[in-house]
Design a protein around this ligand. Sequence first.
Ligand code: NAP
Length: 394
Amino acid sequence: MTHRVAIVGAGPSGFYAADGLLRGRPDLRIDVIDRLPTPFGLVRAGVAPDHQGTKAVVRQFDRLLTQPDLRFAGNIEIGRDLSWDEVIQSYDAVIVATGMVVDRKLGIPGEDLPHVWGSWRFVAWLNGHPDFRTGPDLSGVKSVAVIGNGNVALDVARLLAKTPDEMTKSDIVAEAGAAIAAAPIADIHVIGRRGAGEASFTTNELAEMGRLARAVSVADASVLAAEAPASDPTPERLRKAKNIETLKRYAAQTPGEKPVTVHFRFHETPKAIRPGEVELSTGTLVADLVVTCIGYTGEPFPQAENVFPVGWARRGPSGTIPTNRADSHAVAKQVIDFLEDRDLKSGPDIMPLCVDAEGWHRIDKAEVAAGAAQGRPRVKFVDWQALLDIAQGD
Ligand code: NAP
């Protein structure tokens, strides 16, 4: 007999927490629970499908699934299959790694119009999340407004700007890839409410916007000229200085030089959205599609002595995937300290029938095989029932 820990959420912060627990207490029994039949959360559903290098982190997580005392429990929804109370009562400790999967709202008129999409919903569609089977109608979309100046805004702009050739090595779902390829997109406006110096783009991701086959990135040189040079070289200031340098290079390019122009715009706050346009603090912009990339919120979860939030559920939607490693290891250490000298909770295994690691590996194998036939990393199954059937070996 040993302590049992439930990790609710099989995304990066959950797996890094499992890793931290097993390093400190290899004897623990750990259940990693997810409402989807597939593990890896944000990596599978939120990381841009053309960033396969970032997605490769799942190999580390998949290795954990082979540990004898770590069980994957997919297709288990807390609130439907088990209650939070049952989980909290039955496990010695519960790590909440549910992330943040609800798009934040701008809070302006017109936000609920059908051509306005939150980035979570939009990227989940591209990534084949089974709850997001339908995307926006792109058939008449010439001009796109991407609201926000973070890396998610860059992901959205880049994915809309790339050619099918640039996406061949991605795992974008075929329907979404075809819709983007067929769309008459000519202008993508990436809109920040503050200045270029305040944008949270990271250096490599912003530079990638300068290497797109069919898109030219541009910016307004006069807006960039007002940005003060970095005086004190902290890593954060260096990042900002590099961003300004990159944007100045973009400012020297000509709009329309390639079929798609990505316009980096600053000091423009959205005030209202109407069909076909966005009203900004600086004037009206034509936009057939609006994608808000302004961060996420999460679902509430109960507080209790043995409940430990981790990752975005703990600290909000910031930081890259590797940022979660140290954070999750620190929370795992707190859990290990908490369990020290605690009596074991006795009681039966409450886990209902679930998709286990073997079931996931059947899905994985089938997706990778379907991808190999097309020279792609994988072709995702996007239908709930199909995923469950494959997991069961049907
Ligand atoms: P983010 O970096 O926090 O950017 C959110 C953006 O939304 C900011 O520019 C913010 O502006 C803007 N915003 C918020 N509320 C707004 C409003 N009401 N009106 C207009 N603009 C508003 O978040 P993110 O892009 O969602 O990314 C989340 C995390 O994932 C980040 O840590 C990011 O680096 C990471 N990520 C990494 C990668 C990668 O490494 N390739 C890819 C995607 C995401 P203000 O600054 O003015 O608040």
